[in-house]
Write a protein that binds this ligand. Sequence first.
Ligand SMILES: Nc1ncnc2c1ncn2[C@@H]1O[C@H](COP(=O)(O)OP(=O)(O)OP(=O)(O)O)[C@@H](O)[C@H]1O
Ligand SMILES: [Mg+2]
Length: 302
Amino acid sequence: MEEVSRGEGPAGTRPRDLPAELGIKPSGRVHIPDSLGEGLTGGTAGEATVEDPVFSCKDVNVFYGAKQALNGVTVDIARRQVLACIGPSGCGKSTFLRCLNRMNDTIPGARVTGTITLDGQDIHDKQMDVARLRARIGMVFQRPNPFPKSIYDNVAYGPRIHKLTRSRADLDELVFTSLQRAGLWGEVKDRLGTLGTGLSGGQQQRLCIARALAVQPEVILMDEPCSALDPIATARIEDLIEELRESYAIVIVTHSMQQAARVSQRTAYFHLGSLAEVGPTDRVFTNPKHRLTEDYITGRFG
Ligand SMILES: Nc1ncnc2c1ncn2[C@@H]1O[C@H](COP(=O)(O)OP(=O)(O)OP(=O)(O)O)[C@@H](O)[C@H]1O
Ligand SMILES: [Mg+2]
């Protein structure tokens, strides 16, 4: 495996548009044709390691019963950067995301092997408090899933459970800053007592981001966070991701290569449970090292 250590990578390079000659198809689920159904050989192409990673994954395998869904994934996740995970449907992107906050533990029959460290600490260590681990890692899902509670209570939920504040005034302040960071405060400040489920889809997704921010996570995982949103709501979330990465590491799964190119500094291409390639986003999209990455980003699948 080719490994090149690098720090920030080309942070700040934020390709807004992909080169037209790539002929990339519009976003949408892509399935692998049967002719490409054989497994990968040769390990991961590109740059899997970074300096001072927040997460470091080494040879991670996931099995659902007898079926292997993730195969020897070794990759670092950098601080204050967005890592985009792309690849055909069923290639293991959500499975990989769920490894990072031990959500696969909640799936009967799922088994994870290999080593994953968060700030150098093994997340599978017996001493690891899994509830606390999940609080350090916010998660945002494909469909906005606010609780059937008020806007205020949605954001206050995590801080209350984890006893993060001492007084009502502290809690008010945390709810305010979380909603503000999620870009929602102005729209909801006069209706904090109304149901979160009564907001528009894009507002609900920002409410879910505010709820994740309120527990003061170190990392935010997003599994296709814009796939249920219209283009305007999507643009707001993408702008928000750009702001949030100043403070957090973000891992986003997306089926839109344009979105991956717009929001991420590094891109990981998964193929049939293996990590085929990872590296700086502009390099992966303009000069992929793996033939499978090239086939995918030029729209040769599907
Ligand atoms: N709970 C589960 N039980 C059994 N198999 C599962 C489970 N979840 C996922 N799988 C299988 O693991 C493989 C990877 O699934 P995963 O959901 O991680 O793919 P994905 O890349 O996120 O796909 P998509 O783009 O469609 O969301 C698939 O073959 C899937 O069928
Ligand atoms: Mg998925």
